[in-house]
Design a protein around this ligand. Structure first.
Ligand code: CMP
Length: 136
């Protein structure tokens, strides 16, 4: 059944710093995702706070926002059938030490903070996150 979806992916500062963006993008393409839009940017701390506001009550919120704004990131709109769930499967568990073999966070992640990639966790949040970076 056709269930074409879009999701937002971020290649985080730790991966861009190691120049892994082309390799990570190849993983998406090899797994059937189409990159519909992409840009390399650096966001401010207040933009990171807005982006991650669902986590504002968490103890790691300040560090998370400092980190996402600490260097260049690559933001992408990915499209395929079931893109949201399939991207989450491809990324693996948030903590790279708990991620399955073959997943992006297992292959490239350094720590729970420096876990190389972000992906939207629901169709509703994908729409919000895509609009955050690529205002329609
Ligand atoms: P991400 O998918 O970008 O969404 C929120 C981020 O918070 C998550 O990836 C992690 O990089 C980061 N984070 C830091 N500490 C934790 C934690 N204890 N639990 C969950 N996420 C965490």
């Amino acid at each position: 059944m056709n269930n074409l979806e879009k999701t937002l992916s971020i290649i985080k500062p730790d991966a861009v710093e190691r120049n892994l963006q082309e390799e990570i993008k190849k993983n998406f393409i090899d797994n059937g995702f189409e990159i519909k839009n992409e840009k390399k940017i650096q966001i401010s701390k207040s933009e990171a706070e807005e982006f991650y506001k669902v986590h504002q009550s968490k103890p790691f919120y300040a560090e998370l926002c400092n980190y996402l704004s600490s260097g260049p990131i690559v933001v992408m709109v990915l499209e395929k059938n079931n893109a949201v769930i399939d991207n989450r499967k491809l990324m693996g568990a948030t903590d790279p030490t708990k991620a399955d073999e073959g997943t992006l966070r297992k292959k490239y992640g350094i720590s729970i903070d420096k876990n190389s990639v972000h992906g939207s966790d629901s169709i509703e949040n994908a729409k919000i996150e895509i609009n955050f970076f690529f205002k329609s």
